[in-house]
Design a protein around this ligand. Structure first.
Ligand code: SAH
Ligand code: SF4
Ligand code: F3S
Length: 440
């Protein structure tokens, strides 16, 4: 009987894609995915440590698995991702029923572990694979992708930016770019398989190429990928405002397959806070880049990330963030309460902000942005927009769902044969989180 696996994924797109690699390795090792944790022979928890909430979610999920393992001692539990990397062996002390721990740069080590597991069923394999893996970015791993239309493609790993609040440089290590020909080949074969859209993934895609022997920068990578026939759309996340170059903006304007959307995390509108955060830009520089982007690509959608209550944030600093939101009018934002993370510099900054104030500031920001997003969406009513059809809507099985180039979700009545095609939709109704329309 085929053995079964289950994966829990926490965190960002990078982790979602890492879970596709984990699933890929397990699938080529003759394991089959199951929805049910009770039926699983192997359970992998792919963890995120970005904020305390993400960490707690993992611990409560792992806690639940203790009972399942008691009832089924042959079950093997592996912990992957950013908590695995940061906590390492310590997790074994608190959770002795965990069998295997591997970090984001050691996903390939799962291949050996899973091979041993089948030979030594019944033994607990307490191996850690948190070793240095300097060649990881040149390895090609099997991937079991979730969809058939859009695919994630890693172009770089790690981050060198050390923003004062952020664990990523400690969990994903130094920035390394994948060789451009590996990225090109992967996108090419995805298109041959029928995928229509790729999202290029990295913590700071704008600095792609820095370590490459055969150098290529990010705009030039976009250019060679753009040449691939049959590929309809290209997206990328995330851009760091400091490294957003005019060359990239020109490239976005000139290449039609590049989507009209950029996610450009601002974090705060206050120069004082931006400096404490070690972001490497002031608000004016950020705003100037937004103006250049909007002049070059007038209908571009811009989204951002905001942190409220970073240590030292005064009411005046907070007001600067509010002013930035009303000044720029983003299409959407992700806003978070500052969360203390181990290893980060912000822990040692003075003047940590009271939790009630942080919550109040977050609520205020979300309220202001809600109105801006709604108004922006309303402007689309009556317009005709091109949509890439992704599949049947999860919330309404009578409808198809797709996305505009500007990354807005559109639901509409249509024929299943349109899945994977670009169609023109007349937008009839705009809501807060999605649009509704009719196919033309
Ligand atoms: N590399 C990406 C984002 C990584 S994390 C970038 O630089 O944009 C995604 C978002 O989580 C960040 O943009 C930030 O807004 C938020 N974040 C990171 N660490 C955080 C912390 N300690 N507390 C609250 N939010 C945090
Ligand atoms: Fe974290 Fe900053 Fe790197 Fe983004 S750029 S991953 S926020 S350290
Ligand atoms: Fe979380 Fe790691 Fe991504 S900490 S946000 S899974 S890079």
């Amino acid at each position: 009987m085929t053995k079964k696996f289950h994966i829990y994924t926490f965190g960002c797109q990078m982790n979602v894609h890492d879970s596709e690699k984990i699933a890929g390795i397990l699938s080529v090792s003759d394991y089959e995915f199951t929805d049910s944790t009770k039926k699983a022979d192997v359970i992998v928890l792919n963890t995120c440590n970005i904020r305390q909430k993400a960490e707690q979610k993992f611990y409560s999920e792992l806690g639940r698995l203790e009972k399942i393992k008691k009832d089924k001692p042959a079950l093997r539990i592996a912990v992957a991702g950013c908590i695995a990397q940061q906590k390492g062996d310590v997790l074994f002390n608190r959770f002795p029923y965990v069998d295997f721990i591997f970090g984001p740069d050691n996903i390939d080590s799962l291949q050996t572990w899973i091979k041993d597991i089948t030979q030594n069923t019944g033994h607990v394999t307490q191996t850690t694979a948190l070793r240095h893996n300097p060649e990881y970015h040149t390895k090609i791993l099997p991937v079991s992708r979730e969809g058939r239309i859009r695919a994630w493609v890693s172009i770089m790993y790690g981050c060198d930016n050390y923003c004062a609040y952020c664990v990523v440089p400690y969990t994903r290590g130094r920035e390394r770019s994948r060789p451009w020909n590996d990225v090109y080949k992967e996108v090419n074969s995805l298109v041959m398989e029928g995928f229509k859209e790729v999202t290029l993934l990295g913590q700071n895609v704008n600095s792609y190429g820095k370590n490459l022997q055969d150098y290529m920068d990010f705009p030039d990578l976009l250019k060679i990928i753009h040449e691939i026939e049959g590929l309809q759309r290209i997206r990328f996340v995330t851009s760091h405002p400091r490294d957003l170059s005019e060359k990239l903006i020109d490239t976005m304007r000139n290449l039609p397959k590049i989507c009209n959307h950029i996610h450009l995390p601002l974090q705060s509108g206050s120069d004082n806070i931006l400096s404490l955060m070690n972001r490497g830009y002031v608000y004016k520089v950020y705003k100037d880049k937004i103006d250049i982007l909007r002049t070059a690509i007038p209908d571009i959608a811009i989204t951002t990330d905001i942190i409220t209550g970073f240590p030292g944030e005064t009411e005046a600093d907070f007001q600067s963030t509010i002013n930035a939101l009303t000044d720029i009018k983003f299409d959407g934002i992700f806003a978070f309460k500052y969360s203390k993370r181990s290893d980060t510099k912000a822990l040692y900054l003075p003047d940590h902000v009271d939790e009630n104030i942080v919550s109040r500031r977050l609520a205020e920001i979300l309220k202001i942005q809600e109105i801006i997003t709604y108004k922006k969406n309303k402007l689309l009513e009556g317009k005709t927009i091109e949509v890439l059809v992704e599949g049947i809507s999860e919330t309404n099985s009578d409808k198809l769902t797709g996305r505009t180039s500007s990354n807005k979700i559109v639901n509409f009545c249509g024929n299943e044969k349109d899945i994977g095609r670009l169609v023109r939709i007349n937008i009839t109704e705009a809501k807060q989180h999605s649009l509704f329309g009719e196919i033309i």
